[in-house]
Ligand binder design. Structure first.
Ligand code: AGP
Length: 607
């Protein structure tokens, strides 16, 4: 969702801010804007729609000069997407401009209070109260006015503010919304997301809730909620610009699908010793014997990874495991206590529902283990224990390598936990570790299906509605395959437990309807085949995904995609790959905006 960035230094801020905003586009937005502190005060440019419109406006405004500025991509929450509601917002006296991510929950109350003092508001946004209140609180001391202002704010915010009276200085502050400071030489930056900074610096500082940063070209000072100066650690980013760029691929999604063998390696290799031992340094103080149940919670694809994790954990650890979407769990008053381990899964580490569910579980005494990709994110910090997937930046809204690395890390955790709980034999443990180590190579072989999947997409892209069916692990993959197709191609599809079709949904099967049948969970293959026969008898066309060497499936399905054989518990990591490619090529054939599908955002930071 919204993205913010800021720059202060000796170079023109405009191009740097616009570059940062382009890199934040993937988060989802519907308008954008920048403000700089020019020679004669604050100047602003805003545009509804794409950042490219803002770039056009910038190119037509040669006097938009200033070496200190802030920028924003807005995903509308309060007020329609238009130039007035787009950020930055300017105080009525023209002295301050602000960009803001998050939601100010008590904005109505602050606004009516300020209106009583005669302050006029221009926009419908919650954000405008920040800048108006700041101007109202200002008596020459920028920092003090900001501290006083944020003390009144309820909700969530990551903000950047510039002042006409203080050239070269930016203040940034954070509460429950991500904010990172980038350190340069003679120039400094801030952003809601590392991808906006990586072109300029590899040295970053993660801000924590309640903190304020004073950013000038010469350095950055940090203050706690009471205004006392504090020291913060610098983090060095290891990935380079190419990791956040398309590297010759037409879309980030395709690049990220193709990157899966490397991403899986990055998740697996540092955690395996002597090719037979899983070492999870991060969990050395976690006593698994304390827990008598496990809850998994997450949203969207991360929840689908959790559905796979539930199967693996129950199979190996023999404890009851539940998986539930965070938006439901948070309001369900779940039954859990100090003997419950809650595993939360999130690529971005910023999903609002997941964070709220974590807080709910913590209030009940549960221990929180997070599986997260973005280092230093809110979920990583909130958890008692954190395992990073180390998949590298994921830019496309549709997650691909994010999902497969979550699944493999859940599998590694399950094998490790079963070892700790002594519910797995040594032989089974070693055999699973060996299969895990081979996943990157098998993922590569699944990617070799690329051109065949493209042919399948050409054959079936005109279907307006289809089904994904499977049993056990195959069903968990069906959920993710169906979501992938829906979110980027806008084609309706449904994932069904294959055995459940006959209880109603089979009524929708008619001649020509495409059913994607997932057939890699071989323990239940015969059962799935009989479900295939049932839909075929009603005229459906069947595209099956099956293991290499499975001959029987060729007699049953119209088309088959074969993937390398792996342990039944690890099937999803490989089986999802052709489905990711299928969704990608169908969306491409249908002319969809693949990396930025309509109505969606990469990081869902609002409820
Ligand atoms: C997946 O392709 C989605 N865009 C979405 O379902 C996503 O997985 C979900 O919003 C959770 O995000 P997170 O992993 O960053 O928490």
């Amino acid at each position: 969702m919204c993205g913010i960035t800021g720059y202060t230094g000796v170079n023109q801020a405009g191009p740097i801010l616009l570059d940062g905003l382009k890199r934040l586009e993937y988060r989802g937005y519907d308008s954008a804007g920048i403000a700089v502190r020019g020679d004669d005060g604050i100047k602003m440019l805003k545009a509804t729609g794409k950042v490219s419109h803002l770039v056009e406006k910038y190119n037509e405004t040669p006097d938009f000069l200033g070496v200190c500025g802030i920028g924003h991509t807005r995903w509308a929450t309060h007020g329609i997407p238009n130039d007035t509601n787009a950020h930055p917002h300017l105080s009525a006296d023209g002295k301050f401009a602000v960009v803001h991510n998050g939601i100010i929950e008590n904005f109505a109350e602050i606004r009516s209070e300020l209106q009583k003092y005669g302050i006029e508001f221009k926009s419908e946004t919650d954000t405008e109260v920040i800048v108006q209140l700041l101007a109202y609180n200002y008596n020459g001391n920028f920092k003090l006015a900001l501290m006083k202002t944020i003390a009144r704010l309820e909700g969530s915010y990551a903000i950047g503010v510039i002042s006409a009276d203080h050239p070269g200085t930016i203040y940034a502050a954070k509460l429950s919304s991500p904010l990172i400071i980038g350190l340069g030489i003679g120039e400094n930056f801030f952003a809601s997301d590392i991808t906006a900074l990586v072109n300029n610096t590899k040295n970053v500082i993660d801000m924590d809730d309640g903190e304020v940063a004073e950013i000038t070209p010469d350095g950055v000072k940090f203050f706690d909620h009471a205004g006392r100066e504090i020291n913060k650690d610098i983090r060095h980013i290891t990935w380079d610009v190419a990791a956040a760029e398309k590297s010759g691929y037409e879309h980030f999604m395709l690049k990220e699908i193709m990157e899966q063998p490397q991403a899986l390696k990055a998740t697996i290799e540092p955690r395996v010793k002597d090719a037979e031992e899983i070492v999870l340094e991060e969990l050395k103080n976690l006593d698994m014997k304390r827990f008598n149940r496990i809850h998994i919670t997450a949203c969207g694809s991360a929840y689908h990874a959790g559905c796979v994790g539930r199967g693996i954990l129950e199979a190996l650890c023999r404890v009851p495991v539940e998986a539930e979407v965070a938006s439901e769990l948070r309001y369900r008053d779940p039954i859990m206590d100090a003997k419950t381990l809650v595993i939360v899964i999130s690529q971005s580490g910023e999903t609002a529902d997941t964070i709220a569910a974590m807080k709910e579980c913590r209030s009940k005494g549960a221990t929180l283990l997070a599986i997260v990709n973005v280092v230093g994110s809110s979920i990583a910090k909130l958890a008692d224990y954190c395992l990073y997937t180390w998949a590298g930046p994921e830019i496309a809204v549709a997650t691909t390598k994010g999902y497969t690395t979550q699944v493999v890390l859940l599998a590694m955790f399950a094998v490790w936990a079963a070892g700790e709980m002594k519910t797995i034999s040594r032989g089974a443990y070693i055999s699973l570790v060996k299969d895990i180590i081979r996943l990157p190579e098998r993922a590569q072989r699944a990617l070799d299906l690329n051109s065949r999947v493209k042919t399948m997409a050409e054959r079936y892209n005109s279907n307006s509605s289809l089904f994904f069916i499977g049993r056990n692990m195959d069903y968990a993959v069906a959920l993710e395959g169906s979501l992938k197709l829906k979110e980027i191609s806008y084609i309706h599809s449904e994932a069904y437990a294959a055995g459940e079709l006959k209880h109603g949904t089979i009524a929708l099967i008619e001649p020509g309807r495409l059913v994607v049948a997932l057939c890699c969970y071989e323990k239940l293959l015969d059962k799935t085949i009989s479900n295939i026969q049932q839909v075929k008898a009603r005229g459906a066309r069947v595209l099956a995904v099956a293991h290499e060497g499975n001959r029987s499936i060729f007699r049953e399905a119209d088309d088959v995609l074969t993937v390398p054989v792996t342990d039944p518990l690890l099937v999803p990591v490989i089986e999802i790959i052709p489905l990711q490619l299928f969704a990608y090529y169908v969306a491409k054939l249908n002319g969809c905006d693949i990396d930025k599908p309509k109505n969606l955002a990469k990081s869902v930071t609002v409820e």
